[in-house]
Write a protein that binds this ligand. Structure first.
Ligand SMILES: Nc1ncnc2c1ncn2[C@@H]1O[C@H](COP(=O)(O)OP(=O)(O)OP(=O)(O)O)[C@@H](O)[C@H]1O
Length: 310
């Protein structure tokens, strides 16, 4: 079985490089390696390799959720590619739900043994007619995407990274976002049904339960049920939103009347504001407005992951 390792050395504020150096020292099997050098490069590398592939290939990703998003985007519907991940990100929501490799011996054992894999769903969002993106973990519009944008554009992150406090940048961005963010009205439609929400903080579209670095926001989401799970947090104060974030860690947020859970095969989402931020798997993708219908669907049998924790 051919093995390609795609490494994002910058993932997890430099953790990618450390994890890779350890793997490199320990691996005794034959493999090829490619390093991502810029945003979107993971998708380009994965696509190029997958197109040439005639036999099964294990594609090992050393990185976080954003790198996984890019690589899976490059190989969806390619039956020869099996994804294995060695987590090296900051949030690592993928690794909280999907099976991953924890060390080099697990990779070697997998390659030498039965090489079992399972087939998973992928979420899809269309932003109007212009843009189509997949999501492996989740996509979101509103507060979570706004926080992602703040982290990406903040000079504070560079500074915190320099002094070894990079992990703080998420907390700082959440607090800044909490005071700046404008809540928005939103309509969600599915077949004949319509729901209207006022003063929404965010709409999360999930393929698996975890979001934002370990919050089990959508406990019912499963990546092989052919369904997408929508969570809308609406009509609550800033202080109560913080309370929601705390209770998510204990799965008590499901009791709030201001959090609505929907499940289905497809949804149309229309915001009543002119600039609402949007992300897929933690990668910021831009803004949507009243003119952009966001169509969210799911595709089954879209990609393969190693069968279970090795
Ligand atoms: N060499 C590089 N330098 C800078 N950014 C890169 C490089 N290679 C890839 N990237 C970008 O880095 C982004 C972040 O990577 P990734 O999501 O894996 O790490 P993370 O944000 O620390 O982890 P997580 O998403 O799990 O919190 C990716 O979306 C990718 O576009």
């Amino acid at each position: 079985m051919q093995i390609l390792i795609i490494v994002n050395e910058s993932a997890g504020n430099g953790k990618g490089r450390k994890v890779w150096l350890r793997l490199q020292q320990q691996l005794t099997i034959t493999y090829q390696v490619a390093f991502t050098e810029y945003e979107g490069h993971g998708q380009e590398i994965a696509k190029k390799w997958a197109q040439q592939q005639r036999d099964p290939m294990l594609l090992v990703i050393v990185g976080g959720d954003g790198t996984i998003h890019e690589v899976v985007s490059g190989v969806v519907h390619n039956k020869n590619i099996i994804i294995g991940v060695v987590r090296a990100g900051s949030g690592n929501d993928f690794a909280r739900f999907f099976p991953v490799f924890h060390n080099s011996s697990q990779i070697e054992h997998y390659v030498k043994s039965a090489k079992a894999s399972t087939i998973k769903d992928v979420g899809i969002i269309h932003l109007g007619n212009k843009q189509k993106e997949i999501f492996v973990n989740n996509a979101g519009i509103g507060f979570d995407a706004h926080v992602t944008k703040l982290i990406n554009t903040s000079r504070l992150k560079l500074f915190l990274n320099k002094i070894g406090l990079g992990k703080l940048s998420y907390a700082v961005a959440v607090i800044r976002g909490l005071f700046r963010f404008h809540r928005f009205d939103v309509i969600v439609r599915a077949d004949e049904q319509e729901w209207q929400f006022q003063q929404a903080w965010f709409v999360a579209m999930s393929n698996q339960p975890y979001f934002g670095g370990g919050m089990k926001i959508t406990p019912a989401a499963r990546a092989d049920d052919g369904l997408v799970d929508i969570t809308i947090v609406h009509g609550i104060s800033r202080i109560k939103l913080l309370l929601v974030f705390v209770t998510v860690f204990f799965e008590k947020h499901t009791k709030f009347k201001e959090i609505t859970f929907l499940q289905g095969q497809h949804f149309d989402i229309i915001v009543g504001d002119d600039q609402v931020d949007c992300h897929t798997d933690g990668n910021y993708i831009g803004v949507v407005n009243e003119e952009t219908t966001i169509r969210c669907t799911v595709q089954q049998n879209a990609w393969q992951v190693i069968d279970k924790d090795c």
